[in-house]
Each structure stands twice: as structure tokens, then as C-alpha cells.
Ligand binder design. Structure first.
Ligand code: PEP
Length: 253
């Protein structure tokens, strides 16, 4: 399994400059938990400011346009977020798939552009409750990953997968440990098959969906769970750091 647990805060469409004090608090405290890799993805408007605050934590973007510079009003591309200080980009979040109709093909193009810009990629995947209830969750999630990755190479350096069942995001519901374990194992199997076990071993598979200080240790201790993508609980330094502490107490840390 790959190196340190990876705890990533996804601030979504939350945060003005008033949030910089939270970023500072997260960064300073993260320096006490060096066995955990900590990062946040603020809205575009705060990337540069958080980057300037950050001595320890990584800073990333929540999305990017797949194209080069051009006439795309309101869009921001991978080179631009890298220039602002982002080191990674989240792609394929279910909220973008839902709100903006993003397809796996588009997500694949975003991954290519992110790699071209020198960014690491966190690829999100996850099924709806209907898909899970129909017994199709695993096939659906593996299908999402396969088509979004396309001919992606060099996974160890660049790739993180985040498994986030849609019905667990922002709802207070988490998947059962057995469900998380089974899906992470299936994703690992796909990565092994695609890249070979050596290269795949360095790709962390995060879990996301209502992770909080109270449930983090149990989730983070599951086999093949290499960290967490955290939405709501990343908006306050106190709750986010509770998850970082839990990660530091797991055996792999
Ligand atoms: C997310 O949006 O990536 C997420 C996991 O959100 P939450 O932690 O709020 O469920």
C-alpha cells in the first residue's frame, strides 16, 4: 500500500477570504502530523491565497476545463490553477457530473489536460442509491474509472482515486465498512489489472461520504482505504483536524 494516509478537504462552493484563518490553522496543526498527507481544495478564488498561507498542506482545485486558453467565458483551465498554486485537481466529482452533465469522456479529457499541466489528479467515482439497490454498484464504478482513465499512464506519480457513493455525500449516511472494503478491493483489482501490481500499489484509494472525526478512524483503518475526501467536515479546522488526528492513529500512518 502507498505511503502516508491522504486527507483532502473539498471546500466546494464555500469560502471567502474569511476562511483563510481556517486554512492557516489547518496548515499549522498539520505540521504536527507529518505521517499524514493533508490537502485542501478551496474554490478557485482562494487557491492563490491558501497556497500563500500553506507551509505544509497541499492546495488543489476542485475542477478544471480540459482545453487550452480560449474563448470559454467563466472557465478556468489546468494551467491556470497550476499557476495559482494548485498541485492537484479533483475531477469527476458527482456534483459536477450531476450539476453540469459531465461525462466520463469529458473527465478523461480533463485528466489529460491536468497531467499536461503537471498536476496530480484525484478522480472521483461513485454510484447512486438506485444503482446500488439494483446490485450494479461495482460494475458501474469500475466502468466510470476505466472510461475516465482511458490510456492514462504513470499512475503512481499522479493518480488518486476517490470512491464516493453519491447517497453518502453530504447526507450524514456512510456506507457500511463491508461495502467500502468490497468496493475498494474491486478498484484495487482494476488498478492491478490495468497497471500491474507494482505501479498500482502506490495509487491511494480514498473514501468520501460524510466522513467525520467520529467515524474516520474506523473507515481509515479498512484495508485499501488510503485516506479520505472530506466535504462538510473540512470547512472548520477543528473538525477537519479531528480527521487528520484519526488518520495519524491508523496503523498505516
Ligand atoms: C465530497 O463532496 O467530496 C464529500 C465527501 O462530502 P461530505 O464529506 O460532505 O459528504
Amino acid at each position: 500500500m502507498a505511503e502516508r494516509p491522504y486527507i483532502v478537504g473539498n471546500w466546494k462552493m464555500f469560502g471567502t477570504r474569511a476562511m483563510l484563518s481556517e486554512a492557516r490553522a489547518i496548515d499549522r496543526a498539520a505540521q504536527r502530523y507529518m505521517k499524514v498527507e493533508v490537502a485542501v481544495a478551496p474554490p478557485y478564488t482562494l487557491i492563490h491565497a491558501v497556497h500563500r498561507e500553506a507551509e505544509q498542506i497541499g492546495v488543489g482545485a476542485q475542477d478544471c476545463h480540459p482545453g487550452a486558453e480560449g474563448p470559454h467565458t467563466g472557465d478556468i483551465n489546468a494551467a491556470m490553477v497550476a499557476d495559482a498554486g494548485a498541485k492537484f485537481v479533483i475531477v469527476g466529482h458527482s456534483e459536477r457530473r450531476q450539476d453540469h452533465g459531465e461525462t466520463n469522456e469529458l473527465i478523461n479529457a480533463k485528466i489529460d489536460s491536468a497531467i499536461e499541466a503537471g498536476l496530480r489528479v484525484i478522480l472521483c467515482c461513485g454510484e447512486s442509491l438506485e444503482t446500488r439497490d439494483a446490485g450494479d454498484a461495482e460494475a458501474f464504478v469500475l466502468g466510470q474509472i476505466k472510461s475516465a482513465l482511458g490510456s492514462f499512464e504513470d499512475p503512481a506519480e499522479r493518480l488518486t482515486i476517490a470512491y464516493e457513493p453519491i447517497w453518502a455525500i453530504g447526507t450524514g449516511r456512510t456506507a457500511t465498512s463491508a461495502d467500502i472494503e468490497a468496493m475498494h478491493k474491486a478498484i484495487r483489482g482494476l488498478l492491478d489489472e490495468t497497471y500491474g501490481p507494482d505501479a498500482s500499489a502506490d495509487v491511494r484509494i480514498l473514501y468520501g461520504g460524510s466522513v467525520k472525526p467520529g467515524n474516520a478512524k474506523e473507515i481509515l483503518s479498512l484495508p485499501e482505504v488510503g485516506g479520505a475526501l472530506v466535504g462538510g467536515a473540512s470547512l472548520s479546522a477543528e473538525s477537519f483536524l479531528g480527521i487528520v488526528v484519526a488518520a495519524s492513529e491508523t496503523e498505516d500512518a
